[in-house]
Design a protein around this ligand. Structure first.
Ligand code: ADP
Length: 246
């Protein structure tokens, strides 16, 4: 599943120069975990990393939302939790991620977006990966900017691309510039749910970050920069860590 970079078609933008990545055959696995508050741009950056390093983007939120849309057992189990903006249980999430990381397309690595969200999940991920190297990148954005961003975030109900509209009062009937579908607000992007998600993040994120902070493969990136700049900073960090591993 791809998500848009938040830049409408027709508006020129160029990524700052970054060196071409090593091909999957000439490097070890690129196992990346993106951490950061809701709306910090993890999804946008994860899509770019997936393209650059030829690895799957695993968004736990998207897996759960797809299950809700499809009306599967999992979807029925988590629908209320998602609607409230609370956390799904650690056991369920850990089983789901363990199974997903066991699939063959993760052989060259993966970019995880939305997991781990608790220390129990972080410990479970350490166990699943064992000695395989993992890079953890925290995308930092202050709460006030998050609330503003979430107000303008929309998702296309047809192609599922996430994008930004001009202002919070933008009508939810605007067509998607990519496929003509309807741009709608994610139900959990309503202001009250956003506040609850931010409070949940504030409660659980600090211990998760503390779990990783002392590792040499942990890094922080300023998520307030333009998405292209964040992408360049993240790629430079990963390339440096990869060169240290080889
Ligand atoms: P956000 O934009 O808040 O980062 P996500 O798309 O990552 O949103 O997740 C949406 C919702 O899915 C969360 O509010 C939560 O209910 C559920 N969820 C996703 N990942 C996890 C996880 N690792 N642990 C518990 N709940 C999760």
């Amino acid at each position: 599943m791809s998500q848009c970079r938040g830049v409408p078609p027709g508006i020129p933008h160029s990524d700052p120069p970054v060196t071409p990545p090593l091909s999957p055959d000439s490097r070890g696995p690129v196992n990346v975990v993106l951490v950061g508050p809701p709306g910090s741009g993890k999804g946008t950056q994860a899509v770019r990393l997936a393209e650059r390093y030829e690895i799957p983007h695993i968004s736990t939120g998207e897996i759960l939302r797809a299950a809700v849309r499809a009306g599967t057992d999992l979807g029925r189990q988590v629908a209320d939790t998602l609607a409230k903006g609370s956390l799904v249980s650690d056991d369920l999430m850990t089983d789901l991620v363990r199974a997903r990381l066991g699939e063959p397309d993760t052989g060259n690595g993966f970019v995880l977006d939305g997991f781990p969200r608790t220390v129990a999940q972080a410990r479970a991920l350490d166990e699943v990966l064992g000695p395989s190297p993992m890079m953890v990148i925290l995308i930092e954005v202050p709460d006030a900017d998050i609330v503003r961003r979430m107000g303008t975030r929309r998702v296309c109900d047809s192609c599922r691309l996430t994008q930004s509209v001009a202002d919070v009062f933008h009508p939810d009937t605007e067509p998607c510039p990519y496929c003509g579908g309807n741009l709608v607000r994610r139900p959990d992007d309503e202001p009250e749910t956003v506040r609850h998600r931010l409070a949940t993040y504030a409660q659980y994120a600090a211990p998760v970050i503390a779990h990783y902070r002392s590792r040499p493969s942990f890094a922080v990136v300023d998520g307030l920069q333009h998405a292209d700049k964040v992408a360049a900073a993240v790629a430079a960090l990963i390339d440096r860590l990869l060169s240290q591993q080889s």
